[in-house]
Design a protein around this ligand. Structure first.
Ligand SMILES: Cc1ncc(COP(=O)(O)O)c(C=O)c1O
Length: 267
């Protein structure tokens, strides 16, 4: 207690760490990419964290990236860096909680698990658990256009640099390979582009009254794609990581129009 925790996070891990830091008496520094919505910055600051903003459009190895800035703060301040991308406690938490929850709630009937891949913690831990119950469960990751996962899955190497670029979906996709992605448990990767993800996000809100963030929209769009190829006994499970209320500065007509994400029907 009394020490400092520093973590590169686009928000949600930071909120969890802020809760733990407050209860246990640590200082928290969240190093965030500048595309993080202002609601999340406000939430982190309200919970007592310091938020350091870094450019999103630099490579992970660049000293200005939010990963490298976190490492520098760790070294300079003797801070503890949990490092969600490399910390096995991340997938293990999903092995202990998310996997059993899905298995229980589907009475063991889940056939396909389709889920976004950011750090990889969710897909890896859940997949390990589900495949231990039934090795036939198919696990499909949802990636963004501009990220490395789909290409890596197909070629077992990183894509050429010109294929790695920014995108507007928050929380999934990466430009490097975190060790929390356990490739042995992953049967396929689908890519979802920004427009498809945001359209699915707004459709979920308006047709199903489920208000989630853009990674939730991407997961739903990916799940729909996988479900289209299945028969009546297919049972597809997906996961919507957080609430759309954390992205209200993006999930509105003005921002969506500015970014060219709306079509004529206004959804
Ligand atoms: C909003 C959001 N979506 C998706 C993810 C991806 O989950 P994971 O990091 O477990 O792959 C995260 C977490 O990093 C997130 O914060």
């Amino acid at each position: 207690p009394g020490g400092t925790i520093v973590e590169p996070t686009s928000g949600n891990t930071g909120v969890g760490l802020a809760m733990a830091a407050n209860l246990k008496g640590y200082k928290l520094i969240c190093v965030a990419p500048d595309k993080i919505p202002k609601e999340k910055v406000a939430l982190l600051e309200a919970m007592g964290a310091t938020v350091v903003s870094c450019p999103t459009n630099v490579a992970a190895e660049d000293p200005r990236s939010y990963y490298k800035v976190s490492e520098r703060i760790r070294d300079e301040q003797g801070a503890y860096l949990p490092y969600q991308y490399y910390n096995p406690a991340n997938p293990e938490a999903h092995y202990r909680t998310t996997g059993p929850e899905i298995w229980r709630q589907t009475d063991g009937k889940v056939t396909h698990y389709v889920v976004g891949v950011g750090t990889g913690g969710t897909i890896s831990g859940t997949a390990k658990y589900l495949k231990e119950q039934n090795p036939n469960v198919q696990v499909i990751g949802v990636d963004t256009v501009g990220s490395v996962y789909k290409y890596y899955f197909e070629h077992r190497e990183l894509p050429p640099e010109d294929q790695i670029h920014q995108y507007l979906i928050d929380g999934i996709g990466e430009d490097f390979l975190p060790t929390c992605v356990w490739w042995d448990y992953i049967d396929g990767i689908v890519t979802i582009d920004d427009k498809t993800a945001y359209r699915a996000t707004m459709e979920l809100a308006r047709r199903e009254s489920i208000f989630t963030g853009s990674s939730g929209g991407a997961a739903a769009a990916g799940a729909r794609q996988v479900a289209q190829g299945l028969g009546a006994d297919g049972l597809v499970v997906t996961l919507l990581p957080d609430s759309g209320e954390r992205y209200l500065s993006k999930l509105n007509k003005q921002w969506l129009t500015e970014k060219g994400l709306l079509d004529g029907d206004g959804v």
